[in-house]
Write a protein that binds this ligand. Sequence first.
Ligand SMILES: Cc1cc2nc3c(=O)[nH]c(=O)nc-3n(C[C@H](O)[C@H](O)[C@H](O)COP(=O)(O)O)c2cc1C
Length: 336
Amino acid sequence: MYKAIIRPLLFSFQPETSHHLALKSMRFFMRIPGVRALIKSIFKHESPINLMGLTFPNRVGLAAGFDKNAEYYQELGALGFGFVEIGTVTPKAQPGNPQPRLFRLPADGGLINRMGFNNDGLDAVVNRLKNRPSGLIVGGNIGKNKITPNEDAVSDYLKGVDALYPYVDYFTVNVSSPNTPGLRELQEKAPLTNLLKQVRDRVNELGGNRPVLLKIAPDMGEGQLDDIADIVLELQLDGVIATNTTISREGLKTPNVDAMGAGGLSGAPVKVASTEVVRYLAKRANKKFVIIASGGIFTAEDAQEKIAAGADLVQVYTGFIYEGPSMIKQIARGLS
Ligand SMILES: Cc1cc2nc3c(=O)[nH]c(=O)nc-3n(C[C@H](O)[C@H](O)[C@H](O)COP(=O)(O)O)c2cc1C
């Protein structure tokens, strides 16, 4: 039904409009008494797995950026996700880049986005996470405001930790979005070590029982991946999310891609590069930290490839747009 009816309807709108339309309609229907429970019973697949001190109901999560403002995580949970990562949240609300900033590449099964961390800021997000029902794992993906210079970036991430600590189950430190100028420079060894050490210390001061993960870009050489593995091991971080979107435009079938401008490319075109990062890190990790694979997962086979490369969990975004909610259960089942 999704591919035959809902997707053509949604794809007839601008991508950002259809995103909001889909989520608002989903919430409207799920507020009808009994509907959410019914949907949950249809889409649910339980194959629990214990990792980082958390019990994930299944291995399939929703990647960051889809529910940036923690508005829809309960409805998304009802669609069968084992975990939902909200954010990226920055301390202050910010509008992001001018529209249009999200483009579909159907011929490639991809998306290009330069959203630029548009979000409502920590206060609004915290309010939406208060009193959240138990049973769904929610991760908090934190970043820095565009106007914060990299020298002060640590303080933005610590604000994220302080505000979200009581309300999320794990943290993701996002230094890999290509759409905030200079952000990826924080992936270099010295600033990354400093940032992650301070985040880890702050989490420990607050009680310590929130896993901390680092989300990285797919556009890194082996030397940089070695540095990352060393830092994660040395600071005893809980895991890595591999990967964010790519700045590469290689091998695309879509004509005039350059006209879409800058941004991160996601979906099928990033799959192989992301899997290679997972494979490389998994060898270095030797099971000492968790790897969550994100990048180009559309089917159970795609997800199995990530697990075979060494991932423990997977997250989807672009595949969910193209395949619809039924993919979640199919993948969860395929991995159990
Ligand atoms: C429109 C859009 C917005 C995104 N926003 C964020 C974000 O705010 N923070 C983040 O860490 N990743 C963000 N991502 C990256 C995704 O979480 C995911 O890591 C990436 O798209 C690769 O997975 P996929 O191929 O399944 O989409 C975004 C992706 C898209 C397509």
